[in-house]
Design a protein around this ligand. Structure first.
Ligand code: ARG
Length: 468
């Protein structure tokens, strides 16, 4: 059953039909397709293009179809090519030939562009909401773990001590930027393409601004060729999704490391880990691994759409039907991850003592010792050299920097003897090395607390808005 049979004398080959069709996947756009059609019909009546009774019949028919699909009374029949044909054919079946007037001044090309924008707009808001909730949980965890010390790493080598709160807040900020990226993406998504027709606009006196207003769009597209060929708002979304999963994948990698015997910083809750079919002792961080693994498909969907769009001439080309499955997959994947992840993090047990002990080995206070010396006027380069030699001495003697007495330092470095004072060890204590970094964005508990406070307000403002 086709919308375009008039010019043809032969039926489409069956395999060709299924290859050409998008109904098996674009069926999920039905609420958006119907919503757009209802407003289009309203506008056609308002403009005198349809009679009031015609409009009423069409709208009532569309509402009934929506309800029937919602309730599972109307099944998708794959003899139809796409969601647009399916709904239009059912409308005509239901209300007769007047249903054929709905498509006046419209093409499937601007219709599908409308549907995907309506869908993406909803889902971006859903993902933003999930991100906000996740960020709220990260903030609560940061508050709870505000004075748990742990090693901070560079090159996965112990570098300087931080707090677990500070570490978690690093992810908080990554997800905050992702949230803001989505807000920005919405500006490009939230533009009405309907009215562009097949590619050239239409000679009907459509009121596009009315339609935009009724559908909650902030503006209307201003070039019909662009309106039906633009999918860059989806490329932008894919790129943001890829950034979000990159952040989640890094966090997952840390959780996997932390849960290992080698780190032994956390234990995942039973509900968020799995066992081995052969090794009875195993408790595997499958969820974190799978999130890391799903990164591949989300990057893949980004590259797929870029490749599909590359080299397409204006305006609509059937290639563009391939814009949907990737975006559906990316959205489904992100949404399930963002629902599971906060709980996994909230339920994991923190092995505070192990994190603390890990800070005591590996010379995490070496930079603090160099700062101690350079604050007394020694050029930092020379201070760096001295501490390097002190580390070497400690390695050979199986000691830590804070275990050497200041007199030992004086003996080792006679030229800088007067710089080492009796209070030296105070400056090398773990607590001190974390707490003295009061610079904006530093590790001090007071600084992290200040940021947490401010971010709580940022979150509250947005959560109120979302719980509309
Ligand atoms: N199923 C099509 C798509 O997803 C709808 C637009 C079809 N337009 C056309 N001229 N064949 O892109």
């Amino acid at each position: 059953m086709k919308l375009w049979g008039g010019r043809f004398t032969k039926e489409t080959d069956e395999l060709v039909h299924s290859f050409n069709a998008s109904l098996p996947f674009d069926k999920r756009l039905y609420p958006y397709d119907i919503k757009g059609s209802i407003v289009h019909a309203e506008m056609l009546v308002k403009q005198g293009i349809l009679k009031v009774e015609e409009g009423e019949q069409i709208i009532k028919g569309l509402e009934e179809i929506r309800e029937e699909i919602d309730k599972g009374q109307l099944q998708f029949d794959y003899k139809y090519e796409d969601i647009h044909s399916f709904i239009e054919a059912h409308l005509i079946e239901k209300i007769g030939p007047v249903g054929g007037k709905l498509h006046t001044g419209r093409s499937r090309n601007d219709q599908v562009a409308l549907d995907i924008r309506l869908y993406l707009r909803d889902e971006i808001r859903n993902i933003q909401e999930l991100l906000l909730l996740f960020k709220q949980d990260l903030l609560l965890l940061a508050e709870k773990y505000k004075d748990i010390y742990m090693p901070g790493y560079t090159h996965l080598q112990r570098a300087q001590a931080v707090t677990l709160a500070h570490h978690l807040m690093a992810y908080y900020f990554k997800f905050k930027r992702d949230y803001e990226r989505l807000t920005d993406n919405l500006k490009r998504v939230n533009v009405l393409p309907l009215g562009a027709g097949a590619l050239a606009g239409t000679s009907y006196p459509l009121d596009r601004e009315y339609v935009a207003d009724r559908l909650g769009f902030a503006s209307v597209t201003e070039n019909s060729l662009d309106a039906v060929s633009d999918r860059d708002f989806i490329l932008e979304f894919h790129s943001i999704a890829a950034t979000i999963i990159t952040h989640l994948s890094s966090l997952s990698e840390e959780i996997i490391l932390w849960a290992s015997n080698e780190f032994n910083f956390i234990e995942l809750d039973d509900a968020y880990s799995t066992g081995s079919s052969i090794m009875p002792q195993k408790k595997n961080p499958d969820i974190a691994e799978l999130v890391r693994g799903k990164t591949g498909r989300i990057y893949g969907n980004l590259v797929q759409l870029f490749t599909t769009l590359k080299g397409l001439p204006l305006a609509y080309n059937k290639d563009m039907q391939e814009d949907k499955e990737g975006v559906f997959d990316t959205i489904d994947t992100l949404k399930i991850i963002l629902q599971i992840y906060p709980e996994m993090m909230k339920t994991m047990k923190i092995k505070k003592e192990n994190m603390y002990q890990a800070c005591r080995k590996g010379f995490l206070n070496a930079t603090d010792l160099a700062d101690y010396l350079s604050k007394k006027g020694l050029p930092f380069r020379r201070a760096h050299e001295i501490v390097g030699q002190a580390v070497l001495y400690c390695l050979e003697n199986k000691m830590e920097l804070e275990e050497l007495d200041y007199r030992k330092y004086q003996e080792l470095f006679p030229a800088e003897k007067e710089l080492f004072a009796a209070d030296l060890n105070k400056y090398l204590a773990l607590e001190y090395t974390v707490e003295n970094k009061v610079v904006i964005g530093g590790t001090a508990v007071t600084e992290t607390a200040r940021i947490i406070d401010r971010e709580r307000k940022w979150l509250e403002d947005r959560l109120v808005f979302l719980n509309r």
